[in-house]
Ligand binder design. Sequence first.
Ligand code: GRF
Length: 186
Amino acid sequence: ARVAILISGRGSNMMSLVAASRAANSGFEVVLVASDKPEAAGLAWAREQGVPVFAHSPRGIPKAEYEAAIEDAIRQSGAEAIALAGYMRLLSPEFVGRWEGRILNIHPSLLPKYKGLDTHARAIAAGDAVAGCSVHLVTAELDAGEVLGQAEAPVLPGDTPESLADRVLKEEHRLYPRVLAEFLAR
Ligand code: GRF
């Protein structure tokens, strides 16, 4: 199956998906990496890897028009599914509706806990012993769609949001390729 990935920054999950896609029998191919931040570090990497990129800022463009431009690029790429990987913009209900059941996201918490931002600081503040990440279907409501898979990581004494984020991120890089492949095969 062909997949488009949307990013806004570092792109480490995107890199793990591209790397996994190149393994034999991965079950998917990354046909586009799109970013709303033309300077996103992940974009340069994707270009070097020969993956087609869409790199346009939405600044000064009405949201519907910007989404139409991204969607054009996605359709031209032949993608059948969209994987959000650190994409920091909320997709409109109209966009989500047109791709219903075909957009995935990775979120750094064990959903339904800690939707939104600052998940690791909130897990530490709550005294949680276990943190983690979730891959879920995207619906118009933030971080609320069906959870397709999760991975856990311990919260250790002395953890800062950064140290916990590093530990969870390693799990993200394992979880996302596996869950995406399973999803596309179902
Ligand atoms: C990850 O922690 C992901 O769970 C969250 O945003 C972060 C993106 O990191 N949605 P990266 O750009 O994939 O490195």
